[in-house]
Design a protein around this ligand. Sequence first.
Ligand SMILES: [Zn+2]
Ligand SMILES: [Zn+2]
Length: 204
Amino acid sequence: MTEPESTDERLPAYVIEGARSSRSRCKSCRRSIDKGSLRIGFLIEGPFGTGYLWHHLRCAARRDFGRVEEAYRAEAWNAAKERPKDLPSLEELGRARDEALEKKMARRELPYVEVAPSGRSKCKQCGEIIEKDSLRVVLGRSVEFGRQVRTTPIHVHPRCVAPALAAEDSATETEGFVEALRANSDEPTGGFDGVIGEIGSIGL
Ligand SMILES: [Zn+2]
Ligand SMILES: [Zn+2]
C-alpha cells in the first residue's frame, strides 16, 4: 500500500462555518442547527463513507473543548465555503465550558459545603448575596415538574442552614446532616469545625 499521491482531496478534520441549511442536527443537544448559526463539523471516515458530524459550536465547546481547541488551532474556518462571521474567541467558549462544568458539579451528592466562586449567588433562604470566597452550603429542595418531584440544589449561608432544613420543601435530611456534609465535601481551608459551628443547632 502506498499513500495517495495527492492530499488535495483529503477533507480537513474540522470545519467551522455558518450552517448552509437548517437540515443538520447537533450531535450534542440533538436539536436542529438553524441556517446561518455557527456549527463545527468533526470528520468521520466510516464504512459508509466520509462526512462531518455537526455540532453547534457552543455545544461542542461544552462537550469536548479539546477538539474545539484543536479546530481553532487549525483555523478550521478556512475550510468553510464562506468565512463565518461573529466567531467567538476560544476564551469565550472556555468560559461557557466552565459554566457547564459548574452546573455538573451542582449535581453532586447533597449536602455539601463549597467556596462561593463568585459574588453573584444569592442565599435561597434569606435572599442576600453570598460573598465571593465565603463558604456556602448546598442543600436539596423539592421542586415539582408537572407530576414529578425532583430535587434541585440550592445555595445557602451556613447560618441559614437550620431554617432551610426546617422548610417544608427541604429535600435534605436533618438526621445525619453533619456527617453527610463532611462526607460529600472537600475539607475547607481551616477545617470543618468553623462552618459546622456557624451552622449551629439544626433542631435535632
Ligand atoms: Zn447543540
Ligand atoms: Zn442566608
